[in-house]
Design a binder for this molecule. Structure first.
Ligand code: NAD
Length: 257
């Protein structure tokens, strides 16, 4: 079996809140493959949980970073600079929208709810990529987590669909900006997974059932399947892949009904 070896590499992972976070599954697999992990967590609310989880990893540091604050993003990357020779991978696994904007009619989304969701869930990738790139002196890989609602209507996902469409577009534009520096930028479009964020989406249960009923593989995905795709994207096995949206959804996106 081919084993991916990330020894000597460093990865910053944004978006661990608890043991169900997609970011946690990714941090675990990158760490098990030898990477040093910089776990960037949102705030005090999740600090204890993140420190408890990351204490299980071999080589890890934690740093607070609320991505709505540009100064926080800059200081997170200062910490990376102080603690790592180079940065090789960036995992963006962050999203936020007001609960009232994740149900009902999309057309009722107000300006502030729209601004907030797009700022945290989409603009943050632009800011993170801009701050990360100068530290990725040997090239590397960035990735963001998306959902098929970027492409098709999923009632209830509402403003987060708009944020995911923006995020996927950013992935292509940043891939073009950073490609000459051998920095690849991709998105993983994951099927529904039970996490803190997904559970507040009205209609989430129906989305999950539709995937398991109708996807070619007739089941839902696992956290580990997203994590192993992230590992592939961090490794040289994906050295020619950039600007891509990889669906990890047991094939749901290819179906017409
Ligand atoms: P999660 O709640 O575990 O992770 C979301 C993370 O975003 C949390 O760690 C939270 O602290 C962080 N966050 C929110 N606002 C922030 C801010 N201002 N600054 C810094 N961090 C902030 O849920 P998850 O499902 O693991 O979500 C991770 C990513 O995966 C999101 O982009 C989500 O849209 C995407 N995704 C999830 C699913 C799913 O079904 N769970 C499917 C496809 C894509």
């Amino acid at each position: 079996m081919y084993k991916i070896d990330l020894s000597g590499k460093s990865a910053i992972v944004f978006g661990i809140a608890n043991q169900r976070s997609i970011a946690w599954s990714i941090a675990k697999i990158l760490s098990a493959s030898g990477a040093k992990i910089i776990a960037a967590y949102q705030n005090d609310r999740v600090k204890d949980s993140v420190e408890k989880l990351t204490s299980q990893l071999e080589d890890v540091i934690t740093v607070e970073c609320d991505v709505s604050d540009e100064g926080n993003v800059q200081s997170a990357f200062e910490t990376v600079k102080e603690n790592c020779e180079t940065l090789d991978a960036v995992v963006h696994s962050i999203a936020f929208a007001q609960r009232e904007d994740l149900g009902g009619r999309f057309v009722d989304t107000d300006r502030e709810g729209f601004r907030l969701a797009l700022d945290i869930s989409a603009y943050s990738l632009v800011s993170i990529a801009r701050n990360a790139a100068p530290l990725m002196t040997n090239g590397g890989s960035m990735m963001a987590m998306s959902f098929m609602a970027a492409e098709k209507v999923f009632p209830g996902y509402n403003v987060m669909s708009t944020a995911k469409a923006a995020l996927e577009n950013e992935v292509r534009q940043i891939a073009n900006d950073l490609g000459p520096d051998n920095i690849r930028v991709n998105a993983i479009s994951a099927g529904p997974l039970d996490t803190l964020s997904s559970r507040v989406i009205s209609g989430y249960r129906d989305m999950k059932k539709a995937h398991s009923d109708r996807a070619p593989m007739k089941r839902n995905i696992t956290h580990d399947e997203v994590a192993s795709t992230a590992l592939y994207l961090c490794s040289n096995m994906s050295s020619g892949v950039t600007g891509e949206v990889i669906h990890v959804d047991t094939g749901y996106h290819v179906m017409g009904i």
